[in-house]
Write a protein that binds this ligand. Structure first.
Ligand code: SF4
Length: 352
């Protein structure tokens, strides 16, 4: 159980059952609880230097989510790089909308974390206690749509991790399954799935486990679950009949990436259950990186692997970097061949 160094909370959180429960828990444990005006703007945090990044991750912020905008999420990858297809490609994103949900940020420290968009605002774990309001909107939107929508509730944090603190994922599944329409989905890099295994999810919750080669998990995805545990979690979720996706993501083109990703796919072929191999789909996503990541990682983790490689990366505007076209295409051909060899019958939803 994660015990924060300090809790920063908006006063209004105490008007919500979950807010009261969390604050009582931490006060009883003698953890300092500091009132703040706005979870988006904590002055004390804003002033800290990049080298403080790991320490900042030890704090917890409790507040109310005020904006509830759903962002359309279809076919982003279509047509751009996908000139090399295999027979199982559909090139579709899993979800129709990215939905802001019960948390934002994370206590782990993946060196490429896409949530580090604005270091002083997004990095640490923020919990939003107005979950009823958020789930009500999800149900309303799902029920008003003609088609059965898939709503991505995990794009701002890791809900398996969050669930160990709040129980929100159990609460969400229990309160969503009777909804006449829609599916929920989220990705995770954690293996603490046991609490959701016994739930009656009715196949409406699609869990997507994100994986990477062992050494990349250990040296880059700091604070997440080891590969072996994630694979065991996939098998358990599948045994519990959850629809399962496997994200090979983000693909990081380190020096010996061919060997590393080959070992990874072989490991999957040897250790995933037969049931998973029958039903799981894949998503393959190449890493994007940014100037902000570089600055934070240089100062906060000076001895760790530098993910920025100017020889194979190119600027994409707004301080973002992606792998350049030739390198990216070569890697895509290699990975599609690998998947065809070891998982010939599994759908690759997209490579992006
Ligand atoms: S587990 Fe996910 S949310 Fe947490 S630091 Fe890693 S990439 Fe970011």
């Amino acid at each position: 159980m994660f015990l924060p160094k300090s809790v920063y909370y908006e006063k209004e959180s105490e008007n919500y059952e979950l807010g009261k429960e969390l604050l009582t828990r931490y006060r009883e444990k003698g953890i300092p609880c500091i009132e703040i005006a706005n979870h988006n703007n904590i002055e004390e945090m804003r002033k800290k230097s990049n080298s403080e990044f790991p320490n900042m991750k030890q704090n917890l912020i409790i507040g109310i989510r005020k904006t509830h905008n759903f962002v359309p999420n279809q076919d982003k990858g279509k047509g751009k790089w996908n000139n090399v297809k295999n027979e199982h490609s559909t090139e579709h994103k899993i979800s129709d909308f990215l939905v802001p949900y019960t948390s934002s940020g994370c206590i782990a420290m993946c060196l490429y974390c896409y949530l580090v968009c604005n270091y002083n605002k997004c990095a640490y774990l923020r919990l939003f206690v107005n979950r009823e309001q958020m789930l009500d909107k999800i149900k309303r939107v799902a029920n008003q749509s003609e088609k059965d929508l898939v709503l991505e509730i995990g794009s701002n944090s890791d809900l398996i991790l969050e669930n160990t603190i709040t129980g929100n994922l159990n609460w969400t599944i229990e309160n969503f399954v009777e909804n006449p329409k829609g599916f929920l989905t989220f990705p995770t890099k954690f293996d603490m799935v046991d609490p959701i295994l016994p739930l009656n999810h009715k196949g409406k919750i699609i869990v997507r486990m994100s994986i990477n080669p062992k050494e990349i998990v250990r040296t880059v995805e700091i604070g997440t679950s080891p590969l072996e545990k994630r694979v065991q979690a996939i098998n358990k979720l599948c045994d519990a009949d959850y629809p399962i996706g496997i994200l090979i993501a983000p693909i990081i083109l380190v020096e010996d990436w061919r060997e590393k990703y080959t070992e990874l796919v072989q490991y999957l072929a040897e250790n995933l259950s037969e049931k998973v191999k029958k039903v799981a789909f894949f998503e393959l996503i190449f890493m994007t990186y940014s100037y902000i990541h570089r600055k934070i990682n240089e100062e906060a983790f000076p001895t760790l692997l530098n993910l920025y490689n100017p020889n194979i990366m190119t600027g994409r505007g707004k301080g973002k970097y992606t792998y350049n076209r030739e390198v990216r295409e070569e890697a895509e051909i290699f990975l599609r061949d690998l998947m065809r060899k070891y998982f010939p019958n599994n759908e690759i939803k997209y490579i992006v």
